[in-house]
Design a protein around this ligand. Structure first.
Ligand SMILES: Nc1ncnc2c1ncn2[C@@H]1O[C@H](COP(=O)(O)OP(=O)(O)OP(=O)(O)O)[C@@H](O)[C@H]1O
Length: 121
């Protein structure tokens, strides 16, 4: 029983790693978000932020990477069905892009709140 659960966990980790590698190899936007995350995390650790503010900024940044993986999943499924131009294919892909953008805005909001607190003492 425990062995079977362990094996399932191991396989999920292997498949997740393969998925991550696929997104890394094929999506330049993931690289951009990782650089943005590194800069954001470095600043969050250097500036006098509270632990809660740091946690919100770091967690938000990692969530953007998760959304980028989901966006890639949507793109692959849409293209697997057909690569012909279809209105619903555009809607699905654009909604996936919007999800990443909204997650990025959430990190921006966390930064804005932290910086306003510092500015207003
Ligand atoms: N099969 C399709 N049918 C209709 N519109 C599509 C289709 N595939 C992509 N599009 C639309 O064309 C535009 C560009 O899509 P495309 O996937 O080429 O963007 P991209 O810049 O390569 O995105 P990314 O960098 O995230 O891969 C988007 O609005 C997208 O929704």
């Amino acid at each position: 029983m425990i062995r079977r659960q362990w094996e399932r966990l191991r396989l999920r980790a292997v498949w997740s790693w393969e998925g991550w590698r696929h997104v890394w190899r094929t999506e330049g936007s993931l690289h951009q978000w990782i650089w943005a995350n590194l800069a954001s995390a470095a600043l969050a650790l250097m500036l006098p932020l509270t632990p809660g503010e740091r946690a919100a900024i770091l967690m938000g940044g990692i969530m953007v990477l998760a959304f980028e993986c989901l966006n890639t999943a949507i793109e692959r499924v849409v293209d697997d069905i057909s690569e012909t131009r279809r209105p619903r294919a555009k809607q699905a892909k654009d909604a996936g892009s919007a999800a990443v953008a909204v997650a990025g805005l959430a990190v921006g909001a966390a930064w804005a709140a932290a910086l306003l607190r510092i500015a207003w003492g």
